[in-house]
Design a protein around this ligand. Structure first.
Ligand SMILES: Nc1ncnc2c1ncn2[C@@H]1O[C@H](COP(=O)(O)OP(=O)(O)O)[C@@H](O)[C@H]1O
Ligand SMILES: [Mg+2]
Length: 459
């Protein structure tokens, strides 16, 4: 959603209601506020007085607020609108899709959608935007969404151009996997006949999952088909499986199925290798073990290791109204642009330093502050196998990225156990790899490193 979209959206809204278009000043106010400009700046650019801008803006917020059913002002306009056109768009859709089919296409028209949907001639149905049957009952709510343009275009390229059948998005908890998948749905929904989000948080068996999928596909007026893959062949389906790590064993190397869940592996392989026109997306803390092998031989399998938000994470700090903007990039680097971590640390900075990032970072020599991140970090560490823990403790004691071609002299692990442990830690996003010349060097995620060092000092 950019400023131009917002102006167009508001213009349509006002026009429908009053028959008038937005005035040039109203457009300037919307554009400016969307781009986080202050009223004096908008007034200067529009060559009018601040008080005039203020007065016109107040009227505009009232008009738009009435339409949205929200109390709007310059501070909350952007977040309210983003919220409205992500969460409510989705939840309205979920609400009305239960038991009904395709009756709520108007709810899913996003701002982008309204603008970019090409008017296809009715005689060419294959070119027409689809109105999918969507069920996002299991999906979390999305509050804000800051730019993930490059990851989103990679995913869209895989799905829409390369027709990738199986995609794994893996990364640390809270890094934004669910958020990006929701955004992806918003941006690609017209390409599909069915879209469903299922969480594996309650560890459904494969047969329960397949039954749920078939029930969902059965909402269409078409005659029912015997298997999920039949629906994948006959229609364009997008299935998101969230929290996939729940069907993997704890205290074992990453991505191994729980007893009784091994048939998921076969199912994924079938999705990746058989011919159909649909896409299954897995969201997981861990990359399933067989995906690496599938990727090597199958062009229809892709994996995205989701990392932090980079500079865009500044929006989180802005949202929290932290001070000392010149220090924000240091804070973002320290916490790797990880949205959940930054949200938590921002709350700490508000609590302890009244929002001053400078004061929080003042003692540059101090250990990296982990604080309330501890439970999140611990939830990853408690899933590790013994060999991974040993490798992790060793890595935490290293000052630089390490060459793993030779195992550490004091390691209790054999060479192959050590390499497997390193590989597995990578599949959990706990290790980073750097290329130095032709050599790969590995280092531990700095926040985990700080946490483990702190734990080791306490032992
Ligand atoms: N692109 C984003 N823009 C803004 N906030 C984000 C973004 N991605 C994630 N977040 C924030 O981080 C939290 C965790 O994101 P989520 O998608 O639930 O992570 P995951 O699914 O990887 O555990 C969200 O509640 C949201 O507040
Ligand atoms: Mg999630």
């Amino acid at each position: 959603m950019n400023a131009e979209d917002v102006v167009q959206w508001a213009d349509n809204l006002i026009f429908e209601r009053t028959g008038d278009n937005l005035t040039p000043l109203e457009e300037a106010i919307l554009t400016g506020v969307w781009q986080r400009q202050k009223y004096p700046q908008i007034a200067k650019e529009f060559n009018c007085s601040q008080s005039h801008v203020k007065k016109e803006a107040a009227k505009l917020w009232e008009k738009l607020g009435e339409e949205l059913g929200e109390d709007l002002n310059k501070f909350n306009f952007r977040s309210k609108l983003e919220k409205k056109y992500t969460i409510s768009q989705v939840s309205n859709f979920v609400r009305c899709v239960k038991g009904n089919i395709n009756i709520c296409n108007e709810f899913v028209q996003t701002i982008e959608d309204t603008k970019t949907r090409s008017p296809s001639p009715p005689e060419s149905p294959q070119n027409q935007a689809r109105s999918p049957i969507i069920d996002l009952t299991d999906a979390p709510e999305l509050r804000y969404f800051y730019d993930r343009t490059s990851e989103l275009s990679t995913l869209k390229q895989w799905i829409l151009q390369a027709h990738t059948r199986l995609i794994t998005v893996y990364g640390l908890s809270g890094i934004g996997k669910s958020a990006i998948a929701l955004k992806l749905i918003e941006q690609t929904q017209t390409e599909f006949d069915y879209i469903i989000w299922l969480s594996l948080a309650d560890t459904p068996t494969l047969s329960t999952l397949q039954t749920e999928l078939k029930q969902f596909f059965g909402r269409s007026p078409q005659p029912p088909l015997p298997t999920v893959i039949d629906y994948f062949r006959s229609s364009r389906c997008l299935v998101i499986l969230d929290d996939v790590q729940n069907i993997f064993k704890r205290s074992q190397l990453a991505g191994q199925y729980l007893a009784g869940y091994e048939d998921y592996g076969k199912f994924l392989k079938q999705i990746a290798t058989s011919s159909h026109q649909s896409c299954l997306i897995l969201l997981s803390w861990e990359k399933p073990r067989e995906i690496t092998a599938l990727e090597a031989v199958n062009l229809s399998t892709q994996t995205l290791n989701l990392k932090g938000l980079g500079e865009q994470a500044a929006e989180i700090l802005r949202e929290k109204e932290l001070a000392d903007e010149e220090k924000w990039s240091d804070l973002i680097d320290l916490y790797q642009g990880h949205p959940s971590w930054l949200n938590i640390i921002a709350a700490t900075i508000l609590e302890l330093f009244n929002g001053s990032v400078s004061l929080f970072l003042a003692d540059g020599t101090a250990d990296l502050f982990v604080g309330d991140l501890e439970p999140l970090l611990e939830s990853h560490l408690e899933r590790l196998s013994d060999s991974e823990k040993k490798a992790l403790y060793w890595l935490a004691s290293q000052n630089e990225a390490v060459d793993i071609s030779r195992q550490p002299a004091d390691s209790e692990l054999s060479q192959s156990e050590f390499w497997q442990a390193i590989q597995s830690l990578g599949r959990r996003s706990l290790l980073e790899k750097v290329l130095v010349g032709t050599r790969s060097l590995f280092f531990l995620n700095p926040v985990f490193k700080a946490y483990i060092q702190c734990k080791l000092n306490l032992i």
